[in-house]
Write a protein that binds this ligand. Structure first.
Ligand SMILES: NC(=O)C1=CN([C@@H]2O[C@H](COP(=O)(O)OP(=O)(O)OC[C@H]3O[C@@H](n4cnc5c(N)ncnc54)[C@H](OP(=O)(O)O)[C@@H]3O)[C@@H](O)[C@H]2O)C=CC1
Ligand SMILES: O=C(O)C1=NCCCC1
Length: 178
């Protein structure tokens, strides 16, 4: 390996990953994934159950030969009790040199997970939303609710946003009245 891998922390990833860049790139990647010509090599994610802790570890490798990009995400997710201060989801993305297999970068994967998931929903919404649908409803008020709120309101001019979720009453994860 030549040199140490680059480390990119959560706030830097969050700053760099903008929906206006992410959405078109993801749309292209989804098209590559769905093509019949094997443009994306992505086995079904491996899930390791952590029964003792009501959790899972997911490992999600993928390779895009055309772009010569090799990466894997590792994500842990847990069923936490109400009021728990332990995190529900944590993720790390490893970027490797596909020719040598050397590790090139380690990225905090939490913002990637939040924004990737919301961006895919936004793409699906773009393709499926009836023109007259102008009220956004968010179920839950956690991290995904916030990232979906951001992605969807950036892409569509909703007249109204409704939300539910136990946390909605207690925090301002999504701005009150938003
Ligand atoms: N497909 C994908 O790629 C991804 C899927 N996910 C999934 O999305 C979901 C949300 O994730 P995330 O936002 O990060 O999680 P959070 O823990 O941040 O938020 C979960 C939300 O659900 C609410 N909730 C949980 N249990 C109940 C209940 N019994 N009744 C009412 N509300 C409840 C919580 O309320 P409260 O705050 O009051 O506890 C909270 O508002 C999860 O199922 C997660 O696994 C997440 C990331 C990626
Ligand atoms: O794909 C992911 O990333 C996740 N999927 C299910 C739950 C946690 C994260």
């Amino acid at each position: 390996m030549s040199g140490l891998p680059v480390l990119i922390g959560g706030s830097e990833v969050d700053e760099l990953l903008r929906y206006q860049d992410l959405v078109p790139r993801l749309e292209a990647a989804l098209g590559q994934f769905s093509s019949r010509t094997g443009e994306v090599v992505q086995p079904v994610r491996t899930i390791l159950p952590l029964e003792k802790y009501s959790g899972y570890l997911g490992v999600m490798p993928a390779y895009i030969p055309q772009d010569d990009v090799l990466a894997t995400k590792m994500v842990s997710f847990y069923q936490r009790g109400e009021g728990s201060s332990m995190p529900n989801h944590q993720a790390t993305v490893l970027l490797l040199d596909p020719e040598r297999g050397a590790l090139q970068a380690v990225l905090d994967g939490k913002a990637i997970t939040d924004k990737r998931t919301a961006a895919v929903s936004a793409i699906a919404t773009k393709l499926l939303k009836p023109a007259r649908a102008d009220v956004l409803c968010l179920l839950g008020a956690g991290d995904q609710a916030l990232s979906h709120y951001e992605a969807l309101t950036q892409m569509f001019p909703f007249k109204e946003v409704r939300r539910d979720g136990r946390r909605a009453a207690r925090t301002s994860a999504v701005a009150p009245g938003a």
